[in-house]
Design a protein around this ligand. Structure first.
Ligand SMILES: Cc1cc2nc3c(=O)[nH]c(=O)nc-3n(C[C@H](O)[C@H](O)[C@H](O)COP(=O)(O)O)c2cc1C
Ligand code: SF4
Length: 446
């Protein structure tokens, strides 16, 4: 665990108006510049507080603390964490906890970074959550392509075993990598011996998940926040961020920045402030993709908006898993979007109509539009199909792709007109700017 995390994603140094104040999950890294092994972690945070013994359903103080803190999930949907804990704790039968460390969003690095520099914070959170919901087992899920991370986490688990730290069993799993394999029902399906494809239909994981047991799935970052709330309490958690969306969030910033970085910022920080911390831009920005590949393009005039769900919602956006991709001029937003849509279409699990037909058709039309090869009906067809995608899949994959496509048609409306009337613009012939993995379907779901 002595090697630094991926060189391309160094966190921002402790400068800037609130970098040190907002640093909680990354505080140790900011202070020492090295990943925290168990002894470092225990020296800094002390042992995880004892909240209950496994199987003790009467002990709910952690759930109450998490509720009072107002913690919401950092995996994308921002669901209240206490509600999920309670739903699992109230079910009959021994529960199971899953750490979602898959981070399949190609523009996100925050979970990989957090697990590299502070693995024990995440593992503490998982063990505390397990104890609170009456679980004896924690499954940690990673994609099997991240072999170095698998080794590092394996070493962290060994440290804890040697120290007899945990009252529950921790198991590490390497899953097939795919955009939708990280959706919570896909994890449950894989852990039950099936393909890592979303299931969507009832029963839901908290009712009957792994081995038919009530199952709690949380993002790695969410659990790290939970571990700090268990130690410092809800009042401490609420000292940062707005009252209705308190706390900090890890944000991955990439694209037109000096170097892609993971930052810990207070919720409510304006997007422009986050970007300024990592920017060394020579070119003016054209737009920013907020929330990742399933996110929303925002034009630069909206960059003063605070990073909260409440403030982003009127713009059709959400913080999601904390992803900002800056696109500088000159670039063609339609071409970048077409590439992302092609990737998302290739990675659908093709079990439902929108993934089998709607999403590939939208991606195809977007490619034609970006290339300046639109037929006269393309725009109305594209708009209709984009409108039909959301809410029709068994999971939210098509909804995210529709959000991205609709926001591109809005934000790059002038380019749409240009491409329809006069063919592809000059920027469309320039090298593309955003790193998008190949649009090839996953090799395996098992
Ligand atoms: C297509 C798709 C991909 C997802 N990928 C991830 C992921 O990589 N990591 C993650 O934590 N959650 C991901 N989610 C959300 C999970 O399904 C789930 O809501 C989350 O892990 C719950 O954790 P939280 O409550 O701590 O946010 C994804 C959802 C969808 C629809
Ligand atoms: S919408 Fe797509 S990814 Fe989601 S369950 Fe259906 S086929 Fe799978």
């Amino acid at each position: 665990m002595n090697s630094p995390p991926t060189a391309a994603f160094e966190p921002h140094p402790t400068t800037g108006p609130d970098a040190p104040a907002a640093a909680r999950l990354l505080a140790s890294w900011y202070a020492t510049g090295r990943p925290a092994v168990l002894t470092d972690h225990l020296r800094r945070h002390g042992p995880p507080p004892v909240t209950a013994t496994p199987g003790d359903r009467t002990a709910m103080p952690l759930v109450e603390a998490v509720e009072a803190a107002g913690l919401t999930g950092r995996g994308g949907a921002a669901f209240p964490t206490a509600g999920k804990l309670r739903a699992v704790a109230e079910r009959r039968g021994r529960a199971v906890v899953v750490v979602n460390a898959m981070e399949s969003e190609p523009a996100s690095r925050k979970d990989q970074f957090l697990l590299a520099v502070a693995p024990h914070l995440v593992l503490d959170g998982a063990v505390l959550a397990a104890t609170a919901v009456g679980s004896d087992t924690v499954h940690v899920c990673l994609p099997r392509t991240r072999t170095a991370q698998y080794r590092q986490l394996g070493a962290a688990l060994d440290e804890r075993r040697r120290a007899h730290l945990d009252p529950v069993r921790l198991r590490l799993h390497a899953l097939p990598p795919a955009y939708v394999s990280s959706e919570s029902t896909a994890l449950v399906r894989w852990l039950n011996g099936g393909p890592a494809r979303p299931r969507g239909s009832p029963p839901r994981a908290h009712e009957r998940g792994i081995d038919r047991r009530p199952t709690l799935v949380h993002n790695a970052e969410t659990l790290a926040h939970l571990a700090l709330i268990a130690r410092h309490g809800p009042g401490w958690f609420r000292q940062i961020g707005p009252p209705d969306e308190p706390g900090t969030m890890l944000v991955t910033v990439s694209g037109a920045v000096a170097a892609p970085q993971v930052l810990e910022v207070a919720l409510g920080t304006p997007l422009a402030t986050v970007l300024d911390r990592v920017a060394e831009r020579t070119q003016p920005l054209l737009a920013v993709l907020v929330g990742g590949f399933a996110g929303t393009w925002l034009p630069v005039e909206h960059l003063r908006v605070p990073l909260t769900r409440r403030d982003l919602a009127p713009l059709g956006a959400a913080p999601g898993a904390g992803v900002l991709v800056a696109l500088a001029q000159p670039a063609c937003g339609l071409t970048e979007t077409a590439r992302i849509l092609a990737y998302l279409a290739a990675h659908g699990a093709r079990q439902c109509g929108p993934c089998r037909f709607g999403l590939p058709a939208v991606a195809q039309d977007f490619t034609a539009l970006a290339a300046g090869r639109a037929d006269p009906d393309l725009l109305s067809r594209l708009r209709r199909r984009v409108g039909l995608l959301p809410g029709r899949g068994a999971c939210r994959h098509p909804d995210g792709a529709a959000r991205l496509a609709a926001s591109a048609l809005r934000t790059f409306a002038d380019d749409v007109d240009h491409h329809l009337a006069r063919g592809a613009c000059r920027a469309a012939r320039r090298p593309t700017r955003i790193d998008v993995p190949p649009a090839t379907p996953p090799e395996t779901w098992r």
